[in-house]
Design a protein around this ligand. Sequence first.
Ligand SMILES: [Zn+2]
Length: 338
Amino acid sequence: MDVTIRTLTPLWTGNVDGTMDRIHEAGIIGSLRWWYEAIVRGLGGWACDPSKHECPDKDGKYCDVCRVFGATGWRRRFRLEVVDDTQAIWDDPDRMLNIRPPDRNRGWFLPPGQMGTLTLRLDGDERTLALLAALFLFLERWGSIGAKPQLGYGVFAVENRDQVQQWASRWQWNAMGDRKPDQALPDLRRFGFFRYRFRPEKPGWWTQVPGIRRVATQVQPLVTRYRTVPISPALKNEWRFHEWQRRWGDDRQIFGSLRPERRRSRVAVSWAYSVEKREWEVRGWGWLPAEQDAGQHLWRVLINERVWAETLGTTGGMSTLQAASVSDVQRVLEVVKE
Ligand SMILES: [Zn+2]
């Protein structure tokens, strides 16, 4: 099965040293696995904690994820080869784009990902390929591939949609058990997804986004050539430092931190990408904390249209916000078959 994808935001599958010389299969497989774990848990199935070497268990059984993606003593059920026709969005791999909204000292550092098309050539048994096809269609709609989803990398469109749909039609997402959510591990039942579409009034709208003006000469070629704008830092800055209130919970647990320990953000938001001639889109997700109040506060922050409009400067223009907080996992997964 071939899945040909076109990047909408840069794809990042970096080396350990923080640079990236090509698309790494392992980086793509890692992201597929992460999402499949969240789905399996969301469907009540067993997805082991990859940091704890739980598979196989004492009876020699493997979890629903390891059975597809492999573990010690069990081979991955598919092979992936990448036919790469992408290019780095700027040449110097060591140069970071530093986006610093006006009220920040340090800001965000964005590495050069790859843009273009790539074909993922997948080999395996029919059932596994059908599952992967369904997974790709879900990620095309709501997720991303590769690393750094929190900074907005890896959003894509499937180019050979008919073929992938056909494979996916042989797959049915079914309940996989009755396990309750473990709050330490990603579980689709605790996710909310959002998508904001807007039609800016001026072509130069992006220069007004907080933090972009300072680096406008670096961003301009990305807009002209790849039709994408790194607006994720501006939105995260608003959400974290202007909208989130400390009394709702520790912002480092929600939005990530480097110290005292590295903690990944539970919120991902893409760069803006052009969808039609004059329309742009941004999307992302939140992994909502289990504590009822904190989860609801975070969700309300993420889908507050006023913040979107003010940050992106779309007040007055046409815009829509679509949001899905996942209480019915199968519905969100089935959506891809529309
Ligand atoms: Zn496992």
